[in-house]
Design a protein. Structure first.
Length: 78
């Protein structure tokens, strides 16, 4: 959910005040924001499929393999 223009201006004012009051904390906060932005650009992929999706992939794979075996058996039987 995006912020309105007014909310963005207020947030920018808060960030500027924070940078003046505690520059070290503001620097660490900016680093966290940078890391989160990189994660968002990278997408949701984490190297593993969610449990339900992995199960569906296996079911489709097994059914496809079964169809291939049945077709091969039908061809060899003729």
């Amino acid at each position: 959910m995006g912020l309105s223009g007014r909310e963005r201006r207020i947030l920018a004012e808060i960030e500027r005040a924070l940078e003046q009051d505690d520059p070290d904390f503001a620097r660490r906060l900016a680093e966290i924001e940078r890391i989160e932005a990189e994660r968002a650009r990278a997408g949701r992929w984490r190297g593993r499929l969610p449990r339900g999706r992995a199960f569906h992939v296996w079911v489709i794979f097994v059914l496809g393999l079964l169809v291939i075996v049945l077709l091969l058996a039908a061809v060899l039987a003729t």
